[in-house]
Design a protein around this ligand. Structure first.
Ligand SMILES: Nc1ncnc2c1ncn2[C@@H]1O[C@H](COP(=O)(O)OP(=O)(O)OP(=O)(O)O)[C@@H](O)[C@H]1O
Ligand SMILES: [Mg+2]
Length: 243
């Protein structure tokens, strides 16, 4: 089945008034060796549930910094992030980490699978951390592996898989707990063009199918045709729609 952009857009005035994600006056500066470098400068944006947003910007422009703020992994110097109206940085660190475990899935450039666990164990982990029963987690892992085209790979260890296969497992792991928000930081940066396209299509298709919001930092131009919106980070600011 093909999925067109229109299918998951809850494109109503209601959704615009109540976006899933609001970045409100976000700034991030780092201090190092007595100097302050301002990476993000008063960034604001509204992102609707189910949108696929691509973050572009040259190396060092702040893409990973912004994803880390949205995922609550790092704290802003100023401003905040609202998710479904909840202020991430008004939560305690404990609340924020519970929120992250439940609501966020992350895909990194370097796959980041746990090498001492099998593929199935890697997939079960996010569910078991949330207290799901082992048998339910095992069934979900099997179903999720099938969705990324890797049925039968459950007992393999990550280093027995190709890079593209490992990244498909990482996609499965990011989605298995049905997070509302999927953050992908250069998910195809280590893959050849064909393999990259397959991973992009998979992320796009699965997130659309489940109405998950996908925010992806990338240099890959292939992604332009898939995304609903492009945000460009330039000089610490977010500029809409310029590739
Ligand atoms: N922990 C840190 N301490 C000091 N400076 C940092 C830290 N993390 C990031 N920076 C700086 O912030 C800027 C933005 O970094 P960031 O990793 O967000 O860029 P990026 O757009 O993801 O780059 P790339 O495309 O290379 O991944 C860079 O100048 C970087 O050196
Ligand atoms: Mg980065």
């Amino acid at each position: 089945m093909t999925w067109s952009k229109g299918q998951r857009e809850p494109s109503t005035a209601e959704a615009d008034r109540h976006p899933q994600l609001v970045l409100r006056g976000l700034s991030k500066a780092y201090q190092s060796r007595g100097r302050t470098s301002r990476v993000l400068d008063d960034v604001s944006a509204r992102i609707r549930r189910g949108e696929f947003v691509v973050l572009l910007g040259r190396s060092g422009s702040g893409k990973s910094t912004l994803l880390n703020l949205i995922g609550g992994l790092d704290t802003p110097s100023r401003g905040t992030v609202l998710v479904d109206g909840r202020d991430l940085f008004a939560m305690s660190e404990h609340e924020r980490s519970l929120w992250r475990r439940r609501a966020v899935g992350v895909v990194f450039q370097a796959y980041n699978l746990i090498p001492t666990l099998t593929v199935a164990e890697n997939l079960r982990l996010p569910l078991e951390l949330r207290g799901e029963r082992r048998s339910a987690a095992a069934a979900a892992a099997e179903a999720q592996l099938a969705e990324v085209g890797l049925s039968g790979f459950g007992n393999a260890f990550p280093d027995e898989l190709s890079g593209g296969e490992q990244q498909r497992v990482a996609v499965a792991r990011a989605l298995i707990h049905r997070p509302a928000l999927v953050l992908a930081d250069e998910p195809t940066g280590s893959l050849d063009l064909d393999t990259a396209q397959r991973v992009l299509d998979l992320l796009d298709t699965l997130c659309r199918r489940r109405g998950m919001t996908l925010i992806m930092a990338t240099h890959a131009r292939e992604v332009m045709g898939l995304a609903d919106r492009v945000l460009h980070i330039r000089g610490g600011r977010l500029v809409e729609g310029t590739a």
